[in-house]
Every structure is written in structure tokens, then in C-alpha cells.
Design a binder for this molecule. Structure first.
Ligand SMILES: C=CC1=C(C)c2cc3[nH]c(cc4nc(cc5[nH]c(cc1n2)c(C)c5CCC(=O)O)C(CCC(=O)O)=C4C)c(C)c3C=C
Ligand SMILES: [Fe+2]
Length: 482
């Protein structure tokens, strides 16, 4: 279990004290709508979610819930929906007044991350977990029963290609080690700020699973929890998926459903993060012989276009705003380089966010760009997409395309200014923690009706057959798009 050693008792006085510091660290207030995420998120305002999750790879489906309280700056839009002007959202449902009588708090911080295979043998089962996630392959409701067979098929087809990538970076993902180091660093930073906490790591697709971290939180009798996804920008496919898993578990459990929780849904707009990114960029630029001629090339992990256009994923908007803020910070420091944003790592036969990183690199080379600094911007640890895709594949492509000087900004990792800012984010979020809602999901009720279930399975099977044998799917497998 990845909880760091525990001394997490904090007095109520300290908690209330931290409240006074709320939002003083932000220079860039941005709108963080609570409908952040999909329309599914919107719809499920008071719904709860399918299936309890085991600690293994299966039983991982359900619907994503939504927060209704915002803190510390709560606003209403013209149609009366609540939104918050910073990225901290908390759950409503059970009044936390009673908790305020407590004299001692045991504070927990849950870091959410994607997880990665520790060895090459883990690659296929890791991919199965990933593709079995209904937030990664979004099948129409009628097809949901196909999620696992499809995940099995795609993971088996994809595994050889993925294994090559993991083999090239040492035989496994560095994510677990780096995330554990970040957890330790955050714990130390919070301790230094007089906020002793227990920090837990919960991965979505590999060990230590989110489910395990939550069981540890329960065993430790944590009384207040801040959830901090290690993705600066919100996407349905990352933070949204992890939160859904959490909500599934919390709903089913008496203790957890009463636990005051605050979820920091996105934090790309935080001053500390923006400045830390600008520091790293400035430092790498200085290593070029003519820094002012270097093109700053932001490369973000992509998502399918349908997430943004149909499901309302705010990921693209947040990414663009994030890049704008980093460039503003650089300009304020007197750095006026040209920059561009592209999206990498597409999988499967659908349209992903454009422009694609590989295509832009070729175009830039053709246009005569000679020096380029790649900046991975959707993730804060080194991982397969920085170490293999950017450092090997894209570098080679760029050099072949005429770019002569190549550099890459490292991921933030445990950079102290960044960790300090995460610690501030936790402190700011803590006072607004409230218990999660416990109402039930309507789609679960539908699944419990046997007649509806039979009809669904009958029509679903026919549609599934058509889908799997559709020319698009067959071509995708043949052309190794998975
Ligand atoms: C913000 C970050 C990420 C988004 C958005 C995201 C969406 C997304 N990813 C896939 C498919 C794969 N992702 C894989 C690895 C992977 N993805 C992220 C981050 C985001 N994914 C990270 C950090 C990692 C690396 C983990 C590691 O082990 O280092 C993989 C496996 C690797 C590979 O085969 O390429 C797949 C597959 C989809 C389909 C998706 C959005 C729908
Ligand atoms: Fe991914």
C-alpha cells in the first residue's frame, strides 16, 4: 500500500486557520464549471453509480457523478447552475456541521493517477483494465455488455506494440515509483506547513489500485479527505474516470459516504504550477545556442474529438488556457519565443484532437524551423509517452524532417516549487470538504429490471454483431490502429 507513514492528526483550530488563506495563492482565476466533464456528468447530478469494485481488474464500470458545491468561491451562472471560479469542487449530500465538533482531524490526501505496468508481463492485463473502462471506450449503453470482450480483444492486439515501447524504457512504467516519490514529497511539504497528513496513491489501471488506497483510508479512520488527481487538466478519460470509481465505492459504504471529501478537479491555472512550468522551459531554452530562435512545442496527450464535441469534455479548452497562461508568464519574464500546441498518442480508428504531433513536426521541419523544444504538458511524471514517444519516436521524426536542434523539457516530478504549490492546493481545499451524495443511479435501477435487461441484451447482441463486423473495425485491426 502506498500510504506514507502516518502522523496525520491535525487540530480543528489549524483547519479553520487554513481557511483564512483560501484563494490567496491564485493569480489566474478561471471558470471551472461543475459540469466539467461529460453531459453524462451533468445528467448524473444526483445519481449514484453502478457496481462495487474489487481490487482486481474487473468490475470497473458505472457512471460518473457530479459535485454540487463549490469552494472557496461559489458562483451561479445566469441559469442558476452552480460553478466555481477555481478548480476545487466538493460533494454535497450530508451536512458536515456535526464534524465540526470534532476536536481532532485525521487528514488524508488521495493522489489519483493512471498507473502503468511494472513488468512486460503486466502490459496486456494493464491494457485490458484501461480498455475495459467505459470512460476510455465509450460504448452506447446498449453495447456496454460488450466492454470486456472488446477490451480483451483490443488489449491482446495492442500488447505487442505497447510492450516494445515499455521494453525501450527499461521493461516497465516508472509511474509507480515517481508517484510514490511525489506522495512523500507532498507529505513533507504539508508537514513543513504545519499540516500533518497521510498521503495515499490510487492508480486507475494498475497497482496500487484506487480501491486499495480507499480501503487503507478507511482502515486509518481518516476524518477528512482531499482528492488530488495528478492531471493538471480535467478529462472524462482521466480524472473523470478515477472520480467515478471513487464514487462507486463511497456510495456503498456507510463510513465513506459520510466522510467529508474535497476534490480538486483541475489545477492547471494555479500560479505555482504555471511558474514551475515556465521555470523548466526557461532553463531548457538556455541550453540552445540561440534560445530566441527556438520554437516551443507543447505536446499534450490527445482524446477522441467526440469527448469534446459530444460529451462536453473541457480538456481541450483547459489545455489551451493552460498554454496561454504559461506563455503569458514567459512573456512577463521577457521570453517571446514562438509556440505551438499539438496532440499525441492517438489510438484506434476514430478522430482525435488535432493537430497531431507527428504531422506538425513534419510540417515545421518543411517550413524551415531548425530548433525545437518539446514540452509535455498533460502529465507531471515521466512516463512511456515522454520517454519513448517523445524522446525516441518524435525526436527521430523531427530530425528526419529537417529540425536540427532538439530539446525536451522534463516532467515536473518532485520539483520543489511545484510540490509546494500542490501542498497549498490541498490546504485551500480542506475546509470545504463535505460528504458525498448517496442517492442511487437510475441506470442501475434499469439494470435490475429483468424484462428490460432481456430486451437490452437481445437488441444489444444484434447491434454488437454489426459493430464488431463493421468495415471500420475490421480495417482498424488490420491496419494495427489499436
Ligand atoms: C492527460 C493524460 C492522458 C489522457 C487524456 C489519456 C487518454 C487516453 N489514453 C488512451 C490510451 C492509452 N494510454 C496509455 C498510457 C498512458 N496514458 C496516459 C495519460 C493519458 N491518457 C499516461 C500517463 C500513460 C502512460 C502510463 C505509463 O505506463 O507510463 C496507453 C498504454 C501505452 C500505449 O500502449 O500507448 C494506452 C493504450 C486512450 C484511449 C485515451 C482517451 C480516450
Ligand atoms: Fe493514455
Amino acid at each position: 500500500m502506498s500510504a506514507t507513514s502516518y502522523s496525520g492528526v491535525v487540530s480543528q483550530t489549524k483547519l479553520l486557520g487554513s481557511n483564512l488563506n483560501c484563494s490567496t495563492h491564485r493569480r489566474f482565476p478561471t471558470s471551472c464549471s461543475l459540469s466539467e466533464g461529460s453531459q453524462d456528468l451533468e445528467k448524473s447530478t444526483s445519481q449514484m453509480f453502478l457496481s462495487s469494485c474489487s481490487s482486481t481488474s474487473d468490475k470497473r464500470n458505472g457512471m460518473l457523478g457530479r459535485s454540487r458545491h463549490c469552494s472557496p468561491i461559489e458562483k451561479r451562472n445566469p441559469v442558476g447552475q452552480t460553478f466555481c471560479s477555481v478548480g476545487v469542487c466538493t460533494h454535497s449530500g450530508v451536512d458536515v456541521e456535526s464534524n465540526l465538533h470534532a476536536t481532532e482531524e485525521r487528514v488524508g490526501v488521495l493522489l489519483l493517477n493512471l498507473g502503468g505496468p511494472d513488468t512486460l508481463d503486466d502490459v496486456q492485463p494493464f491494457l485490458f483494465n484501461l480498455f475495459a473502462d467505459p470512460d476510455i471506450i465509450r460504448l452506447p449503453r446498449l453495447f456496454r455488455f460488450l466492454q470486456k470482450p472488446l477490451a480483451k480483444l483490443i488489449s491482446v492486439f495492442r500488447a505487442p506494440k505497447s510492450k516494445e515501447g515499455y521494453a525501450a524504457i527499461g521493461g516497465g512504467s516508472p509511474l509507480r515509483k515517481i508517484t510514490d516519490e511525489q506522495a512523500d514529497a507532498l507529505k513533507m511539504a504539508l508537514k513543513a506547513k504545519n499540516m500533518p497528513v497521510n498521503v495515499y496513491v490510487g492508480m486507475r489501471y494498475w497497482y496500487p489500485f484506487t480501491e486499495e488506497a480507499i480501503q487503507q483510508i478507511k482502515r486509518d479512520r481518516i476524518t477528512r479527505l482531499v482528492v488530488l488527481p495528478l492531471y493538471p487538466q480535467f478529462s472524462i478519460s482521466t480524472t473523470g474516470s478515477s472520480i467515478r470509481v471513487m464514487q462507486n465505492i463511497f456510495r456503498e459504504d456507510d463510513y465513506l459516504s459520510r466522510l467529508p471529501v474535497s476534490i480538486i478537479k483541475s489545477w492547471y491555472q494555479r500560479e505555482g504550477y504555471i511558474k514551475s512550468m515556465a521555470d523548466l522551459i526557461e532553463k531548457e531554452l538556455a541550453s540552445f545556442s540561440k534560445p530566441e530562435e527556438v520554437m516551443i512545442f507543447f505536446s499534450a496527450h490527445g482524446v477522441p474529438v467526440s469527448y469534446v464535441e459530444n460529451a462536453g469534455d473541457p480538456y481541450k479548452d483547459q489545455m489551451e488556457e493552460c498554454i496561454y497562461l504559461i506563455m503569458q508568464e514567459l512573456k512577463a519574464r521577457g521570453t517571446f519565443n514562438e509556440h505551438t500546441l499539438a496532440f499525441q498518442s492517438r489510438v484506434g480508428p476514430v478522430q482525435w484532437l488535432k493537430p497531431y504531433t507527428d504531422e506538425v513536426l513534419v510540417e515545421l521541419g518543411q517550413k524551415g524551423v531548425k530548433s525545437l523544444l518539446a514540452v509535455p504538458v498533460s502529465f507531471v511524471s515521466e512516463h512511456i509517452e515522454t520517454l519513448e514517444e517523445i524522446d525516441m519516436e518524435y525526436k527521430e521524426l523531427a530530425l528526419e524532417s529537417g529540425i536540427e536542434n532538439w530539446g525536451r523539457v522534463p516532467a515536473l516530478g518532485c520539483t520543489s516549487s511545484f510540490i509546494m504549490d500542490l501542498a497549498d492546493a490541498v490546504i485551500e481545499a480542506l475546509p470545504s470538504a463535505t460528504a458525498m451524495s448517496t442517492s442511487r443511479n437510475t441506470s442501475e435501477a434499469v439494470d435490475q429490471d429483468p424484462m428490460r435487461y432481456v430486451i437490452k441484451m437481445f437488441f444489444g447482441s444484434i447491434l454488437a454483431f454489426v459493430l464488431l463486423l463493421s468495415p471500420k473495425m475490421l480495417v482498424a485491426f488490420r491496419n494495427k490502429l489499436f
